[in-house]
Design a protein around this ligand. Sequence first.
Ligand code: ADP
Ligand code: ZN
Length: 758
Amino acid sequence: LSEPEGTATVGPAVSAPVLASIAVGRPVRGEFTYSVPNELAGNLAPGQRVLVPFGRGTALGFYLGPASPPAEEGVKLKPIQRVLEDSPSLPPDLIALLRFAAVHYRYPLGEVIRGALPPGLSKAVDEKEAKPDVQHFAVALVNEVPPELHRAPAQSAALAYLLAVGGRAPLEEVSHAIPGARETLKKLAARGMAKLEERKLEAGVKEGLIQGRPDRLTVEQDAAVQELHKALDVGEFQPFLLHGVTGSGKTEVYLRAAEHALSLGKGSLILVPEIALTPQLVGRFRSRFGAEVAVLHSALKDRERLFHWQALRRGDVKIAVGVRSAVFAPVDNLGLIVVDEEHDPSFKQEDKLRYQARDLAVVRGKQAGAVVVLGSATPALETLENARRGRYRLLELKNRVDDRPMPTIELVDLRVERPREGVVTEEAPILSPPLLAAMEETIGRGQQVILFLNRRGHSTVLLCEVCGLSLKCSECDVCLTHHRSQNRVVCHYCGLAMPVPDRCGECTGPMLKLGIGTEKVEAEVLERIPTARVARLDRDSATSAERLTEMLASFARREIDVLVGTQMVAKGHDFPGVTLVCVVMADTSLAIPDFRAAERTFHLLTQVSGRAGRGKDPGRVLVQTYNPDAEPVKRVLAHDFDGFAKQELDWRKALAYPPYARMAAIRLEGEHPEQVASVARHLGNLVSRHMPPASAGVRLLGPALAPISRIRGKTRWQLLVKGPTHAALAPLLGRVEAALADVPNAVKVVIDVDPGAM
Ligand code: ADP
Ligand code: ZN
């Protein structure tokens, strides 16, 4: 990812600008030039929110810096109307990042900025001070209204109200009931008849297992930490890849780096894939840094987001731990950016501004002069290639903490291990004899088991026994999944749910329930090992962040023997009691039509295997598969990331896929199949006509129906362009963008630069 020209960091305000470059908070491209009225010139600073005339009305704008006069003469520029805040909401390094994102991902700058800001700041209103995340309470210190108050009716009314509600109430509530109660209560407090109390509001996520600061680092941790300290002392942009096997103690390295940054007066930004799935990491940051940490997750309320934004902006809070969107958090004096599990697909946003937060983290580090640490046991091949080329410094943790061994990984060949007797032969065996034996043994020793299958529901296919027709969603080109717990069939793409049909809709033949989901695995465990305490962790069971945290905590307390789950169980959990991890079917992610399918399979298998043997007892992993010869499966078995990466990189090079090429997807969808197809072909022709000579290495793939050709009743097509650099693709994408003005509104077209999933 390279920075395009014209996105230089905006410096501090040049004295009294005459013309201002403004990003308007509307879906319009580019920056606009406005004039600066004399009375505003003195207090204009880049990053401020302003009010500007736009079209026939006014709009929220963001002052980005002075502008040069327009090329044409005689252009009458409109003036900025008002400045909405004294100190800028956007720090300079963030302005630079947002400008970069708008250009790179081809999204209107004003919308990019509005999307990054908390709701309170993304509207054209004057800045309000966010309410801190504490609640104020008024407490009565007397039991009745004393006679001396009879000459102060306001005070006696407030006190009477308080006494009526039990002597204690939130200040907001009292103020609502009795206007002006805030002042009145202060007077009561001065008289010793009441007091005001502050109670901290919980930010939402409860901590998981809080762990102390280990006295000693491992030799490898120490070496990595030393390197990071040195880089932080230098205080310049320096990207690192922290490649550490599962259980090698990467989190402690992040913590020490953040500690050092803090000692230098610098802020840190820690990005994680999903807060709810990493309560342990959050807990460690909270327990180490206490009030210095703002936790930014997607379920924050508007006012909490605003509160955190302002606290970080002012430098009151120096560390932000957050998900994808936190890459835009206004951490003051940013010294360190960490992206944990940097390979995780959730760093890619698949909506609106389609950014890759890991890539933006590196760009931000460059603009802010910060140290960037990308951490993973299975780095993305893009990141690995950057390290190989020397763009990122490589830090390696090859051993687990305390020299704990890596788990042994064994294969169970489902072609050989027959299902148990009496089960229909179409059914894949869920728990093969070796798997079952290992589970029983582990539970017998009082240890814990994780069973991983990346599919929710009970049966994933309902098939007519007579005509062979499978039950599909009426709106999407996918099969419906049977959820036995809800007694319904559900579409995992549009949410459509229906009663379970017992007969085929076409020929009234009986329906077979095939394919395995986590529900079926859970039921099978309960049936085969009735004494086991079993729980299931997937999006159906973890209905809220609280529920999820609760389940993980219960597993950590060893109240559960077997945890069955989707990739939610594969993430960075640290459960010392888990000594057996079983992959029910390794093949599910192999067949996905995506050039990253093998890489994704390798990542998932490694991550989930890494949950085994993290405590004092060694771990064991059993992988059931129909494809024992598949490259990612073989390499995971051999703990051979390097071998896998080399082979996969060779393949990517031969076929010109990232990291050896840059890609952009042009995605179309619309109600009418013919219309979408025709626009897709039109755009395809346009791209073909403007193709540079073959020597430039730019290729067009498609137009073709998307792998899932219909979702929510909309037909989907896509075109992929590949080329050696982003610059090589830009002119073509520009042509497509220009042509979109003539595309009928019924067809929605988006450009997805550096696409994640195909
Ligand atoms: P990773 O993220 O690399 O998978 P973690 O950071 O979760 O690994 O660390 C694995 C376990 O080792 C955790 O329980 C952690 O508290 C512990 N740990 C990390 N560093 C040390 C150390 N220096 N001494 C003792 N225990 C440590
Ligand atoms: Zn559907």
